[in-house]
Design a protein. Structure first.
Length: 203
């Protein structure tokens, strides 16, 4: 983005805020919100229908290593529950695939995942959904990023992108999980259609 190799990024606003913190002359700017809720979930090794964030203070949990925002959001959830995030017995440096294996084998009690890893975990019969972070409410999670110069110099293509996303989101809102799964399944040939449909059906 900064050297002109690409003109638009798909990224979370956290990356933009971090870049501004590190560089007062940063020209990065978000210009469209696409993912408007936290897409991650906490999955545990046993049923926990009365889950509270305070439960995590006594468990070994694996968090997301691939991106920073899920852990930042979970830290705030913990603080609002009166829990210091530093209290957690946390694994922070493994992939979601590694964490799923650890959870299935009983080496940890809980982990954070996003779809379709969540549905893969639940389909195994060894894991249980404890908390979908989407229930927290509106959270600006992912969008398009460009430079302010690009927005001023040639905004028309970016406007087309925003309109395309708006139309796509409207289409998704009006379709069933089964219809969406049928339309996109060719992009996920290794994913069971039932798992894909379940992932799309979750709130």
């Amino acid at each position: 983005m900064l050297d002109g190799t690409v003109e638009v990024l798909w990224a979370g606003p956290m990356w933009v805020m971090k870049h501004h913190d590190m560089n007062s002359a940063s020209t990065l700017a978000c210009f469209a919100e696409v993912v408007c809720r936290d897409p991650f979930s906490i999955v545990g090794r046993y049923p926990n229908p009365g889950f509270r964030f305070a439960d995590l203070a006594h468990l070994r949990i694996a968090t997301i290593s691939e991106v920073p925002t899920p852990w930042l959001c979970l830290q705030e959830d913990l603080r609002q529950a009166g829990i210091d995030p530093a209290w957690l017995d946390r694994i922070a440096d493994r992939s979601m695939a590694e964490n799923l294996n650890a959870l299935s084998e009983g080496r940890i009690e809980a982990a954070k995942f996003f779809e379709p890893v969540v549905e893969d975990a639940l389909a195994s019969g060894k894991c249980h959904l404890w908390c979908a972070a989407s229930t927290r409410g509106r959270t600006s999670y992912t969008g398009f990023v460009t430079t302010r110069d690009r927005l001023v110099r040639n905004a028309e293509p970016l406007l087309h992108m925003v309109r395309a996303i708006q139309r796509t989101l409207h289409w998704i809102y009006t379709q069933s999980a089964q219809e969406i799964a049928a339309a996109i399944s060719l992009f996920f040939p290794a994913l069971d259609i039932g798992v894909l449909t379940a992932a799309l059906a979750c709130d």
